[in-house]
Design a protein around this ligand. Structure first.
Ligand code: AMP
Ligand code: MG
Length: 398
């Protein structure tokens, strides 16, 4: 294998080579954009809320009028009216006065706090206040939620229900999204079949696994199916897919053995920028470009193919869709020592034990079920000889 790179080096090469790719955008309605990647910054042109609002049912007051109030010495205020929901409070509250208000009601000018109804006792126009409030207490100020001029959502943000709520609050119905990149998956291998395998044959896992993963990461996946390890067949498939998609993933044949032809084909049709990453699983990984399209060669072992997708291919997707780096889902404490002394960054599937500690899920090469029985994975840095029981590790979701 040539020039094995660290994952960081591999990722920065991918970013560098894909930086100039410009993907199309499209306008979508706020109702149709869950899972889509935003192609513009959303800068608020208004304040949310647009007026000061009470957060309790009770009375809008001048906070200073309640100072010193307590169970035995209530403040006495004059009730001058009620603010109904949805109604504008276009008057000014004077010192010594209060006005009835509901949760979400508009605070009148002059009022700077609200007292909960539970802390009051009212009779006619007299209101006794048994608890003092500080200025701003029980009030959401204009712009407290989202300020005019604030960037509420950034380019590269993936829309899910919370972001949809923000857009609704801003009254934005249509906005620009990146079109989903079309990524083709080609599986290679004489032994790979669809349908019932004969002895010596296996079912195609990676076409399905990788297409599903692509869909999860905001791409449209096209499944080319599997091709035998015949140079002409693999070459024809790659050529065809490069023309019709934004990027191509070739599963299998990425090592340096006699039947591993992916790197040669990429080099004959374009250029392979690296072949080999110091990661486990996933060492035999290729990245190149053919006619300006990114092409990835992934190891055939499904677990390795999955980790290379998660840690390498997604970097291309993040780069072209301007997404921010993946953050760990949380941290955990290891229940046992995990040795790792082969000079490669290692990815270990984990489960949580009854005491909440992380237990490594041991696996052999070529196993797929480990992914679905695990709760996440951790990374062991290349320069560490494993992690010790009791150490903390960042956990990434599967
Ligand atoms: P390769 O990277 O082509 O040397 O393949 C490594 C291992 O992964 C072999 O045991 C293959 O049979 C297996 N493999 C390759 N492609 C697939 C696939 N699409 N689905 C399931 N297993 C595969
Ligand atoms: Mg193969």
């Amino acid at each position: 294998m040539l020039n094995v790179l660290s994952r960081e080096e591999a990722v920065s090469l991918i970013k560098e080579k894909t930086a100039q790719l410009k993907y199309k955008t499209e306008k979508l309605n706020i109702r149709d954009c869950v899972g889509r990647v935003l192609a513009e910054d959303i800068v608020s042109v208004e304040n949310v809320p647009s007026f000061n609002r009470s957060t309790v049912d009770g009375y809008a007051v001048c906070a200073a009028d309640t100072f010193g109030a307590g169970d035995s010495v209530p403040s006495q205020l004059e009730i001058t009216g009620e603010i109904l929901m949805g109604e504008s409070a276009d008057f000014r509250l004077k010192r010594g006065q209060c006005v009835k208000i509901s949760t979400g009601g508009m605070m009148p000018a002059g009022a700077d706090a609200a007292v909960m109804v539970e802390h009051t006792d009212c009779d006619g126009s007299l209101c006794l206040i048994y608890k003092s409030v500080a200025p701003g207490e029980n009030v959401t100020l204009k712009g407290d939620d989202i300020c005019e001029g604030e960037t509420a959502l950034k380019t590269g943000c993936i829309i899910s229900s919370p972001q949809t709520g923000v857009l609704a609050a801003l009254g934005i119905n249509e906005l620009n999204f990146f079109k989903r990149p079309l990524v083709t998956v080609i599986s290679t291998g004489d032994e790979i079949v669809n349908g019932k395998p004969q002895p010596g044959q296996i079912r195609d896992i990676n076409s399905y696994l990788l297409c599903a993963a692509l869909n999860e990461y905001g791409c449209n996946a096209f499944d080319y199916g599997s091709v035998p390890d015949i140079r002409e067949s693999v070459e024809k498939a790659i050529k065809e897919c490069v023309v019709k998609s934004d990027a191509v993933i070739i599963s299998g044949g990425s090592s340096a053995g006699s039947r591993d032809m992916t790197v040669d084909i990429i080099n004959s049709l374009g250029k392979a920028y690296f072949h080999g990453i110091a990661m486990k699983p996933g060492k035999p990984t290729i990245f190149g470009m053919i006619e300006g399209k990114p092409v990835f060669g992934l190891p055939g072992h499904p677990l390795a193919a999955y980790f290379v997708f998660r840690l390498i291919v997604t970097e291309y997707i993040r780069s072209v869709l301007k997404m921010s780096p993946e953050k760990p889902a949380g941290i955990g404490i290891l229940s046992e020592n995990i040795p790792s002394n082969h000079g490669r960054e290692e990815f270990i599937c984990i489960k949580k034990g009854e005491n909440g500690r992380l237990i490594p899920v041991h696996t052999k090469s070529g196993i797929i079920s480990v992914l679905s029985v695990s709760e996440g994975f951790i990374k062991i840095p290349r320069d560490k000889e494993g992690l010790a029981a009791g150490e903390t590790a960042e956990v990434y979701k599967l």
